[in-house]
Structures are given as structure tokens and as C-alpha cells.
Design a protein around this ligand. Structure first.
Ligand SMILES: Nc1ncnc2c1ncn2[C@@H]1O[C@H](COP(=O)(O)OP(=O)(O)O)[C@@H](O)[C@H]1O
Ligand SMILES: [Mg+2]
Length: 162
């Protein structure tokens, strides 16, 4: 499924629409160039989860935990050089914990993808123009993708295509 957004605020709303569907141990893998809007989408999800702390790129921290209606585990694999380092941050333990994981550069290592996840690949089409390619993996991933897209079709300013 593809979603087109023409403003950062619309991307935030898309994230808020997903937040209300999320359950513990759901995993979102985000990819796309620097400045694509991975963190922008996580900001919207955080708003929807009632996170009060500011959301920043966790690049230098690798993992930031934000309390909300569900804990938000915000990760960024950009600076990891080899997959063994995933163990150092207890990556797989974090994915299975009782919160929601949002992983920027989540496509960096193939072994970083759990069987069930939602993959979001963001392309920059123009200054404020972004296309999100959304794919659900596993039963839960597919269910979430379908629910998210029906919620997104109600958000004004978003174009949703199957
Ligand atoms: N439609 C849009 N959706 C998300 N971000 C957008 C959009 N249009 C412009 N932007 C801008 O793109 C940048 C995205 O930055 P960020 O979310 O930090 O990217 P990333 O985490 O992918 O590196 C921000 O400066 C934001 O204002
Ligand atoms: Mg970022």
C-alpha cells in the first residue's frame, strides 16, 4: 500500500492514526534517506501514545524509551556497523518487550527484521511531498497495515492507494 503526504503535519496525523491501533510488541521498521520523515512519523505515533517528552532522532543513543499509554522504544540503527551490535542494545529483547518499537534504518540488517512487523519505506518526492510504501509482514503485520490504511483514508490531505 502507498500513502502520499504533502505536509509534515499530515505525516504526524498518519502516525497518530497508527498509534491507536498499536499493541505491546508491535514493531515498525522505518527506512528512507536522511530527511525522508522517519522521525516525523514517529513524532505522530508518540503524540498518539500520549508521550510527553520531545522526540528526537536517537542516532547517537541507538535506543530511547519514552513512557506513554504504551512505552515507545525509539531506535535508530544508522550508526551500527555490524549486526552483532544489535545484541549490545538487547535489540531482540526490546522488540519483544511490552511496548511499541519504532526502528529507524530498520532495513539496515536483514536479521534485524522480526517475522511480524510493519515496514514503512519513505521516499522524498519534493520539498514537502513524501510517498510511504507500507508493507505488513506476518499475520499481525498484515492486520495492522490494513487497519492503518482504513484509518488513514479518513485523514484529510492523505492519498491512500492499495
Ligand atoms: N510530508 C512530509 N512528511 C514528513 N516530513 C516532511 C514532509 N515534508 C517536509 N518534511 C520535512 O522533512 C524532514 C524530515 O525529517 P526527519 O523526520 O528527521 O527525517 P528522517 O528521520 O527520515 O531523517 C523535516 O525537516 C520535515 O519538516
Ligand atoms: Mg530520524
Amino acid at each position: 500500500m502507498k500513502v502520499r503526504t504533502y505536509a509534515e503535519s499530515t505525516t504526524h496525523e498518519l502516525g497518530r492514526a497508527l498509534a491507536s491501533l498499536l499493541a505491546p510488541a508491535d514493531v515498525l521498521l522505518l527506512s528512507g534517506d536522511l530527511g525522508a520523515g522517519k522521525t516525523a512519523l514517529v513524532k505522530g505515533i508518540a503524540e498518539g501514545l500520549g508521550v510527553r517528552e520531545p522526540i528526537t532522532s536517537p542516532t547517537f543513543n541507538i535506543l530511547l524509551v519514552h513512557p506513554g499509554t504504551l512505552p515507545l522504544y525509539h531506535m535508530d540503527l544508522y550508526r551500527l556497523e555490524n549486526p552483532e551490535e544489535l545484541e549490545d542494545i538487547d535489540y531482540f529483547g526490546t522488540l519483544e518487550a511490552d511496548g511499541v518499537s519504532c526502528v529507524e534504518w530498520g532495513d539496515r540488517f536483514s536479521q534485524a527484521a522480526p517475522e511480524e512487523h510493519l515496514a514503512v519505506a519513505i521516499s522524498i518526492l519534493g520539498d514537502n511531498d513524501r510517498e510511504l510504501l507500507i508493507e505488513g509482514a506476518g499475520a499481525r503485520g498484515q492486520e495492522l497495515a490494513a487497519q492503518w490504511m482504513s484509518a488513514a483514508s479518513l485523514v484529510s490531505g492523505l492519498e491512500v492507494r492499495p
